[in-house]
Structures are given as structure tokens and as C-alpha cells.
Design a protein around this ligand. Structure first.
Ligand code: NAD
Length: 334
């Protein structure tokens, strides 16, 4: 039944099934690193949940996947409390929806949003928090449920990309994306296949499965990499824009994805989307979209967050790829 025709009673019947299905897929994806459906199937189902809850706000429940950051902390890894929560991100599936989002944001009366955005590639990995004390790496953790993540300090110390010491003796947190380059992913899956082990569905799940190991020696063999993109306590460094934050992290010794761009209007945003949609396959790492961030950091803070996502950034997700992926191959061969 299309959501527009759905009655309150019908919604009440459908919602628990929809939520249970998404929670189950979330477990497979976030905890077991082995999804059984493709992302666009999850996204479509999630979108339906958003629409139904939007139509009947009295039916929103606190345990709904729309109200929680996906990801659990049920592994045997130690737990880390995120003083500043690690959130998810809203998404749109067409440039038109993105432009509408921007218009609404710029029309918001409470905050004066300058129409300047920093566009970045949406790296297909998992979020990572790194804490430094006096310039030395002391902690690495995953997002987990946003409030409590998993302690992967020993594991991140094996990742060559991650500096153990910064170029300045800073004490603060930095955030970014941990990912597995395409070549490393292909090699890992080939090895696993040869050993009769289950293959990973995609580089994102391979990265998550490799970072969330109890034995750091296994992580060390997996050729993980990172791109850093966020400094929660930017004020301490006197930074004003997201672009400056990226430049600062590069100067500190972090890998920063160089393909970011400051844009001021829809045409420039469209050009960036077109460019990276075309280049996507040639990049040595997976991207599943682009991320648009309000460039002014104080404006980001003023815009704030919902319970689940920042209001100052949004992802444009690429349409699903056409070739059959590993997930489907597994289904055919079982
Ligand atoms: P998300 O992964 O889509 O987006 C948010 C994340 O993007 C951030 O947490 C960050 O880690 C990452 N990111 C990458 N590049 C970034 C950049 N340049 N700047 C800022 N952040 C950047 O959101 P989510 O809530 O983690 O997960 C939802 C996604 O997971 C959806 O794509 C969904 O399809 C997929 N999923 C799939 C299944 C399945 O069964 N296939 C199940 C659950 C979730």
C-alpha cells in the first residue's frame, strides 16, 4: 500500500514488522559484518519507515531505527564512552532532493546559514574516533550506538596510515573513516575463498570486520586505511571552516581525502556530483555518495543535531550499481 493511502490502523500493523526487519538487517550489518541484503534494499525499507512515521507521528516509538544510531556494542571488545556522541547522517537520493534540503536549511529563520558548503566524498567504511594526548595516540574507538563505542586502540595502532604521534603536542579527539582499499579487499576475499572461509560482502563490511577483531595481529594483516574529516573541539584550534579543519588535520600528519571542494550554488554541487559519479569506479577506495557540510563551523554548531543526525550535513547517495554483487552470488550458489 502506498504510504499516502495507508490508514492509521494499517500503519499500526505494518510498523512493528518494518522495524523488526530493519533491526535484524542492522544486526547482520553492524554486529556480524555480514549483511544479507544490499544497501539500497535497506535504504528503501528505512525510507518507508520514515514516511509512515512522518504521516503518523504519534506512532513513532523510541526503539524505532529512525530514533537510534545504528550499531551495537555487543562484541567482546572493551567499551568507550563518547563524550561527544558519534551520530549517523541524513541522506537524499537525488540532486533535486539535496537542493530542496539546502533551500529549507537556508530559509530556516533561527540560524543564518551562509550558502557555502564543503563537499567531500562519502567514503564507504566505518567511523573511527582517535584520541591524542600531548600529540600521542592513546585511544581508538568505533561509533557503536553513538554513545558507547568499541575500544579498538590496539588495532588502530597497527594501521600504517594512522600517526602514532602528531606534528603538534595536541590533546584532543579527531574523527574520520576507516576503510579497506579495493585492492586489499579483492586480495582478502581471494584468500578467504581459497581457505574456504566466507567472503565479505563489500569493502565496508570487510573494514568493519577487520577493525573489530579481538586479536590486533589479524587487523595488522588487513591493510586498512583512514581518511580523517572531523575535529569536534575545533574552537581550541581557532578554526573557522570545515575546509580549514581538513587542512589542519593534513598538517598534523593525518591522511585527508584531497577531493573536497567548497561550493556556493546548485550548479557547482551538480558538477561535483557528476564528476565523482563518473570517476567513482576508478578511485582506489569505495565511495557510496558525497557528503555536503555547511562550511562555517560555528553555523554547524548553531544548527545542531536531531536525535540521530546533524542538521548541518547530509549525504547524497549514489544510485545502486548495476552489476551483481557478492551478496547476490552467495544467494545463487547456496
Ligand atoms: P551512513 O554510513 O550511510 O552515513 C554516515 C556515515 O558516513 C558517518 O558515520 C561516517 O562514518 C561516514 N562518512 C564517510 N565519509 C564521510 C565524510 N567525508 N564526512 C562525514 N562522514 C563520512 O550511515 P549509517 O547510519 O552508519 O548507516 C546507514 C547505512 O548503512 C546505509 O547506507 C544503509 O544502507 C547501510 N546499512 C545496510 C544494511 C544492510 O543490511 N545492507 C543494514 C544497516 C545499514
Amino acid at each position: 500500500v502506498p504510504v499516502s493511502d495507508l490508514s492509521h490502523d494499517q500503519a499500526q500493523v505494518e510498523l512493528p514488522t518494518l522495524r523488526a526487519q530493519l533491526i535484524q538487517w542492522g544486526k547482520e550489518y553492524y554486529e556480524q559484518d555480514q549483511p544479507t541484503v544490499e544497501d539500497y534494499v535497506y535504504d528503501r525499507t528505512y525510507q518507508r519507515l520514515v514516511e509512515i512515521e512522518g504521516k503518523f507521528p504519534d506512532l513513532v516509538s523510541p526503539d524505532s531505527p529512525t530514533q537510534r544510531v545504528g550499531g551495537q556494542t555487543e562484541s567482546q571488545l572493551g567499551k568507550v564512552n563518547h563524550a561527544i556522541p558519534m551520530l549517523s547522517m541524513g541522506d537524499v537520493f537525488s540532486p533535486a532532493e539535496l537542493f530542496e534540503f539546502n533551500q529549507r536549511q537556508q530559509a530556516s529563520t533561527e540560524v543564518d546559514v551562509e550558502a557555502e558548503y564543503n563537499l567531500e566524498l562519502k567514503i564507504d567504511g566505518l567511523s573511527l574516533s582517535l584520541v591524542y594526548e600531548n600529540g600521542h595516540l592513546v585511544q581508538g574507538s568505533t561509533r557503536g550506538n553513538g554513545q558507547i563505542g568499541e575500544d579498538v586502540t590496539a588495532n588502530v595502532k597497527t594501521i600504517k596510515d594512522i600517526p602514532l604521534e602528531l606534528s603538534e603536542p595536541l590533546s584532543m579527539e579527531f574523527r574520520g573513516e576507516c576503510y579497506m582499499p579495493k585492492a586489499a579487499f579483492a586480495q582478502l576475499n581471494a584468500e578467504r575463498e581459497a581457505n574456504g572461509e566466507p567472503v565479505f560482502a563489500n569493502p565496508r563490511n570487510a573494514a568493519a570486520g577487520s577493525l573489530r577483531q579481538l586479536d590486533p595481529k589479524i587487523t595488522a594483516k588487513r591493510q586498512l586505511a583512514v581518511f580523517m574529516y572531523y575535529i569536534p573541539e575545533y574552537q581550541q584550534l581557532g578554526l573557522q571552516t570545515q575546509t580549514q579543519a581538513l587542512e589542519k588535520m593534513a598538517a598534523l600528519g593525518f591522511p585527508v581525502n584531497p577531493n573536497y571542494r567548497v561550493v556556493q550554488n546548485d550548479e557547482e554541487i551538480q558538477a561535483y556530483i557528476d564528476e565523482y559519479t563518473a570517476q567513482r569506479d576508478q578511485l582506489p577506495y569505495g565511495i557510496d555518495g558525497i557528503v555536503e557540510k555547511v562550511n562555517d563551523l560555528d553555523t554547524q554548531v548553531a544548527l545542531g543535531n536531531t536525535v540521530k543526525v546533524p542538521r548541518w550535513e547530509i549525504a547524497y547517495k549514489f544510485p545502486p550499481e548495476e552489476e551483481p554483487t557478492v551478496v547476490r552470488e552467495i544467494e545463487w550458489t547456496v
